[in-house]
Write a protein that binds this ligand. Structure first.
Ligand code: GLC
Ligand code: MG
Length: 422
């Protein structure tokens, strides 16, 4: 969070499963639309927070399966674990606050007396979260009885039912809503309270997010029955919370537009990049647009025309160099010629490209360094490169690509020098 020196323009706090991630869309299109919108228009001055019920183990698994961006803050295990940045440094202060009237041993002992409860996987049992599966028809009754028993044992817990099957027991002060309130308080104390905050969710454990004051909320179109019921009973008259018409990340984009929180046109929804050349003087935009163009080029979705190649070459410094992750150096112009040979080679195949953590720094007047992670998914394989691009602003020509350098990203398992173009 330190990378922002002033309050974030927008902080998005989003659930993952069935909110950011649409498990019914194998192409991940709405997620990819959100990703390019975020990197294009928000990454430089806004904060992305993921708030999931998943434990760190299952969260990391999801990151491998889906093209998720890297968030600034990761809230896991239903608001019981908060971590910051790429290194996921834990917030110890938050953990300490959760020990109040909480005793894991007692929770395990009391829940063991309910035959209706089936314990979830070991990875999902956390220091401040005990999780079960329970049938929809029994959930309410079990939750009521259990909360009475735990109260008698001197504990103060919160029982949350999500997705029509999951029952979580947490300390009363935990949960996604409390974790968000804690984060807002922390940001405020640093003088960095976001201008706007948008909470996004689909199920029972997200309900709390929508009762934090001054926060906009969006329930995706595919929200679960238990969340819609909660909304009807508790937040129906709150104009800051909407039930989107679109599924998952599409609903988040819709809400950005409806609440007027900033740009809501994803670069993925723009078909002709050549047309939007002039207004884009931001180097981060150039990179997002280029790699999207690259995806479409290889998928054969843009025409193999001289105009495109000429326009790409025109935006490169004639002596500009590209350092391939293998270490080989070639000119940027030759790299474009090579790209031309690959037009449509991924047609009809599962092939997607996305960029993550695009950050531009003006190193000298008119000179920019843009750092980003570029990912390529081809079939079931994913490869990534840490990429640095140096741009210079040229009178009348806009931004010119001067130097590109790539190294294999640490998380990239496959490091295939021969199939990587740029
Ligand atoms: C995630 C967690 C699970 C939890 C559920 C609802 O699926 O893995 O443990 O019960 O979210 O919060
Ligand atoms: Mg969910």
């Amino acid at each position: 969070m330190e990378r922002l020196t002033s309050p974030a323009r927008l902080m998005i706090v989003s659930d993952l499963d069935h909110t950011m991630v649409d498990h019914h869309d194998p192409e991940n299109l709405s997620l990819l639309r959100f990703n390019s919108l975020w990197e294009h228009a928000y990454r430089h001055d806004s904060l992305l927070v993921f708030s999931t019920g998943r434990s760190p183990t299952l969260y990391k698994e999801l990151r491998k399966e889906k093209p998720l961006l890297t968030p600034d803050v990761t809230i896991m295990s239903v608001g019981t674990e908060i971590t910051y940045g790429n290194s996921m440094a834990p917030d110890h202060g938050w953990v300490d606050a959760l020990n109040h009237k909480w005793d894991l041993g007692v929770v395990k002992e009391e829940t063991g007396k309910f035959s209706e409860l089936t314990l979830q996987a070991e990875t999902e049992q956390r220091p401040h979260k005990v999780s079960f599966y329970v049938d929809k028809s029994k959930a309410q009754e079990v939750a009521k009885e259990l909360s009475q028993r735990l109260e008698k044992r001197g504990l103060d817990v919160k029982i949350i039912y999500s997705g029509g099957m999951d029952l979580d027991i947490l300390p009363q002060g935990a949960g996604k809503g409390q974790a968000l309130a804690y984060l807002l308080k922390k940001l405020k104390s640093e003088g960095k309270l976001p201008v706007n905050t948008l909470a996004c969710g689909d199920s029972g454990n997200d309900a709390e997010l929508f009762s934090i004051p001054d926060v906009y909320g969006i329930m995706v179109s595919n929200a679960q029955e238990e969340l819609l019921k909660w909304h009807a009973e508790n937040a129906k008259n709150n104009p800051k919370v909407i039930h989107a018409k679109e599924r998952c990340a599409g609903g988040i984009i819709q809400a950005i537009g409806e609440f007027k929180l900033g740009p809501n046109l994803s670069p993925r929804d723009v078909s002709d990049f050549l047309e939007c050349k002039v207004e884009n003087a931001n180097p981060g935009h150039e990179v997002v647009k280029f790699f999207l163009f690259y995806e479409r080029w290889r998928r054969g979705e843009v025409e193999n025309s001289e105009a495109y190649a000429a326009s790409l070459k025109a935006s490169c410094q004639p002596g500009g160099v590209f350092v391939h992750p293998s270490g080989a150096e070639k000119s940027l112009v030759d790299t474009i010629d090579e790209l031309r040979k690959h037009h449509g080679d991924k047609q009809g195949k599962k092939f997607r490209v996305w960029v993550d953590q695009v950050l531009a720094t003006e190193t000298a007047p008119g000179t920019w360094m843009v750092k980003l992670d570029k990912w390529e998914q081809s079939g079931d394989e994913r490869i990534g490169c840490t990429t640095t691009v140096k741009f210079t602003a040229k009178e009348g020509e806009g931004l010119v690509w001067e130097h590109v350098e790539q190294t294999w990203s640490e998380e990239s398992k496959l490091k295939d020098d021969s199939s990587w173009i740029i």
